[in-house]
Design a protein. Structure first.
Lengths: 195, 223
């Protein structure tokens, strides 16, 4: 999992983890990074996972890429204001969640006045069982409220802790629990049929 | 946070999410886009700063500072010239009140002078106040201001005097014109000519009472 927190020992060593551990060990070096170097390094290790995370939220790869790119640009602009450069990944993740939320809000307005099919509606044309399961789950997930979907994606895809989810969503841990429980309850009917 | 392995629903969800995410493959030019966006943003910020700068830095924007300097110079000039003007006003006010007080007094003196020839014989009961008034008439002439004030106000009192003493002295009332007033008083100044050097200081003291007798007779006469 690319979004494993560096403090969590015993987790799978991913690129993000290695990078953040290395940066934590050499904090001065991380601070010495300028914005361009930070963008380059964080892009190499986190761009793809972040795009996938955004794609889970906005259900559109192109839009997800734009969201992540804007997050990188914003991080570059505010790099000097970043108190702790080690939290750059957390900042990026939070920016991705917020921008995905904005995209979904804008899309809801657009779809309200021009109701059309989503550009990348999940397809079950392959006919495989996993594919059916995936499409069914993704469809059910897409019908959830945004907060519940965010909580579930951040937990079951990004594998974040409640505290990290709360920070990324800008809500309390109790609210994270609530959103997660409600989302799982809403998905339960679909998941029961698949299990 | 590690999910419970028994949570089969969670596992199903996790599997589905990863399968969906595995299908997502971002474009390889992401970094170039990010860098282009960063450059564009920096350009936009720079252009925004340049857009704000002209009013303060570019030559075309010197109108505001020039205007401010001009206003400052104007205020300073007014502040510097104000004391002089105030002094002028105050000095004029010092002489002015004397003149102003003199003008009514002179006017009153003029009235008195105008009245004197006509009233000196007319109200004999007030003759005590009138003789000094008669002495004022040459004194009022000595400052040289008296003729000018006597002339305009002389017309007014002459009318009043001409209306009242008219029945008493029909002959004196017409000659109360300013030109003719010296002529009847001419014999009297000859008598008072020795007094002028003594009386000029007394004239200002006597001028104020002069209006009072002129007014008093009116008030006294009315009842």
């Amino acid at each position: 999992m690319p979004f494993r927190k560096p403090d969590n020992e015993g987790t799978r060593p991913t690129d993000v983890t290695e990078t953040l551990v290395a940066r934590g060990a050499a904090g001065a070096m991380a601070v010495a990074w300028d914005a361009d170097q930070a963008v380059t390094a964080l892009y190499a290790t986190n761009y793809r996972p972040l795009v996938r995370l955004a794609a889970m939220l906005v259900r559109d790869v192109a839009t997800a890429e734009e969201v992540v790119q804007e997050a990188f640009i914003a991080m570059h602009a505010g790099w000097r204001r970043l108190r702790d450069p080690d939290k750059a990944l957390s900042y990026l993740r939070q920016a991705v969640v917020n921008r995905s939320r904005s995209v979904l809000r804008h899309r809801a307005v657009v779809e309200k006045y021009a109701p059309k099919g989503l550009p990348d509606a999940p397809s079950a044309e392959l006919g495989a069982i996993n594919e059916l399961e995936r499409s069914a789950v993704i469809d059910a997930l897409a019908r959830l409220p945004a907060r519940q979907r965010e909580a579930l994606v951040l937990r079951y895809y990004a594998d974040l802790s409640e505290a990290e989810i709360a920070r990324a969503m800008g809500i309390s841990r109790g609210a994270v629990k609530s959103h997660t429980a409600r989302g799982m309850a809403a998905l339960r009917n679909v998941l029961e049929q698949l299990s | 946070m590690t999910t419970d392995p028994d949570d089969k629903y969670g596992e199903i969800l996790r599997r589905a999410l990863h399968a969906e995410a595995a299908r997502v493959e971002p474009a390889p030019d992401g970094l170039e886009r990010i860098r282009a966006g960063i450059e564009q943003r920096s350009r936009r910020r720079l252009s925004r700063l340049q857009g704000w700068a002209p009013p303060f830095w570019l030559p075309g924007g010197w109108s505001r500072p020039l205007l401010a300097v001009a206003v400052t110079v104007l205020v300073v000039a007014v502040g510097v010239s104000a004391p002089q003007t105030i002094e002028r006003i105050s000095s004029a006010g010092r002489h002015g009140p004397a003149e102003d007080s003199g003008t009514p007094s002179a006017a009153a003196a003029g009235q008195g002078a105008a009245h004197l020839p006509g009233q000196a014989p007319h109200p004999p009961g007030q003759g005590h106040s009138l003789p000094p008034a008669s002495a004022d008439s040459p004194v009022s002439q000595t400052p040289g201001v008296s003729p000018s004030p006597t002339c305009p106000p002389a017309g007014r009192p002459t009318d009043e005097a001409s209306l009242r003493p008219a029945p008493g002295d029909p002959q004196h009332t017409p000659p109360q014109c300013p030109q003719e007033s010296p002529s009847p008083t001419a014999p009297e100044p000859e008598e008072t000519t020795p007094t002028p050097p003594e009386e000029p200081p007394s004239t200002p003291s006597e001028e104020p009472p002069t209006p009072t007798p002129t007014d008093e007779p009116e008030t006294t006469e009315e009842p």
